[in-house]
Ligand binder design. Structure first.
Ligand SMILES: Nc1ncnc2c1ncn2[C@@H]1O[C@H](COP(=O)(O)OP(=O)(O)OP(=O)(O)O)[C@@H](O)[C@H]1O
Ligand SMILES: [Mg+2]
Length: 413
């Protein structure tokens, strides 16, 4: 089947495997399998065997639902070890046909050659824009004439041991990793509009163990980062405060949670039974909201610090787009607006057909984004590594332009 793609989002809370067909305007879901994650904390593997079992089970469910045997997949990666840096690469242009895909690839290779510690590896080299003979902000140089091409690229790196651990777990489940994709880029692909990417936007995926950020400006990724706290820590705070198990604290959060105390009536109460007490205790919902507010504020403070550190804080005209399971916390839009001081939109994957209804929730943004982005990255790589055969009407150039346009959706023709 054409464009059949498989993505596995290995999250701290759940592993989600999706088998789908990527179509121009939608993702047609053929089958999916979701399994609660064991063996991960804050995006890092803590128990390889348990994680392998969770992935196996998610893959098995997706195989049952889709009728396909899963052999390879695009796999998400997250964790506070994920960073990005901007880098420049330059090459001379000597061919008679202007800039070729090969020149672009050589420039990207040069940008890639930045010094990174041996314990880290490069996951993505994303072109931000090109400079051709001093003319900056060129979005698509293939076919243009000039003598010197420079690329400004965003280089996303991750700690090698963390990448290897996830790879080991996925391969232990019998699946080859086609490509790793960092979670915020995948989520961004699933939920951002071209207009937001163009205007300047920060994608914030609030999950269980990590809060993933990606800044898009002028249609391209300019910065990627992961904050190592999210919804799990909110539940853990509730568990300490109420003296209850984390499972019960999680339930209390889902059923009674709010992160803006003033929006909760002072009179509203609920019953919980703490450890060691024989009887349920009446608890004020507003006090619960205060506990949740404190930690959620801390998460947004860390996001604000990260946005400031990127240096692009003044360029986010489209504000922030929130997704991920924790973005469903009541009041989060108001708190985020207050903390970040920019417009806020809550988002989830749209344009899903087939069996996609259950995946139309913010927790599945990464799972869905992996599919289209994985295909696009593969296509761009294939275009860059095959030998161009120019035709008189320049079909090759048009094809590469098309592929790059999909990677950088608003690249100019
Ligand atoms: N309605 C809700 N209100 C508050 N929190 C919620 C709600 N629904 C889900 N969550 C929280 O969302 C988190 C799970 O989100 P998600 O599925 O996006 O995480 P994940 O992708 O598995 O983890 P990560 O990306 O952090 O590795 C859990 O902490 C859960 O408690
Ligand atoms: Mg996630």
């Amino acid at each position: 089947m054409d464009n059949l793609v498989i993505g596995i989002d290995v999250g701290t809370h759940k592993v989600c495997t999706v088998v789908a067909q990527v179509r121009p305007d939608s993702v047609f879901v053929i089958g999916a399998g979701v399994e609660g994650t064991r063996g991960m904390k804050a995006g890092l593997v803590t128990d390889l065997e348990a994680l392998t079992k969770s992935i196996s089970s998610s893959v098995y469910k997706a195989e049952q639902a889709s009728g396909y045997v899963i052999k390879r997949a695009f796999v998400s990666i997250s964790g506070a070890h994920v960073h990005s840096d901007n880098s420049r690469g330059a090459v001379g242009i000597s061919g008679p046909r202007g800039v070729t895909p090969d020149d672009v690839e050589r420039a990207m290779e040069n940008a890639r050659a930045i010094a990174i510690p041996h314990s880290r590896e490069i996951l993505h080299v994303v072109p931000r824009h090109y400079v051709l003979d001093g003319q900056s902000r060129v979005r698509q140089p293939v076919g243009m004439f000039g003598f010197r091409l420079e690329v400004e690229a965003n280089i996303v790196t991750a700690a090698t041991p963390s990448v290897n651990n996830i790879e080991q777990a996925v391969e232990g489940a019998g699946v080859l990793v086609d490509r790793f994709i960092v979670s915020p880029l995948a989520s961004g692909d699933a939920v951002l509009t071209d207009e937001e990417r163009e205007a300047g936007v920060v994608l914030i995926d609030l999950g269980a163990g990590t809060t993933d950020l990606a800044i898009f400006i002028e249609g391209a990724v300019w910065h990627t980062a992961v904050v190592g706290i999210a919804g799990d820590l909110i539940s853990s705070d509730i568990s300490h405060w109420l003296q209850v198990s984390t499972e019960l604290a999680e339930l209390v959060k889902l059923q009674r949670g709010h992160c803006v105390p003033k929006r909760v009536s002072e009179l509203e109460t609920f019953l919980v039974e703490p450890f060691g007490e024989g009887l349920p205790i009446e608890t004020k919902r507003r006090e619960l909201a205060e506990v949740i507010e404190a930690r959620t504020e801390e998460i947004f403070e860390k996001c604000r610090d990260e946005i400031k550190r990127s240096g692009y804080d003044g360029l986010l005209r489209a504000g922030a787009v929130l997704t991920g399971g924790t973005s469903q916390l009541p009041g989060i839009e108001e708190l985020a607006k207050q903390m970040l001081g920019i417009p806020i939109r809550l988002a989830r994957p749209e344009r899903l057909t087939g069996l996609g209804d259950m995946l139309k929730a913010p927790a599945y943004s990464t799972s869905i984004g992996l599919l289209r982005l994985g295909l696009q990255l593969d296509a761009v790589q294939a275009a860059a590594t095959s030998t161009p055969t120019p035709t008189p009407n320049g079909k090759w150039g048009a094809r590469v332009r098309g592929l790059l346009k999909r990677l950088l959706p608003d690249a100019e023709e």
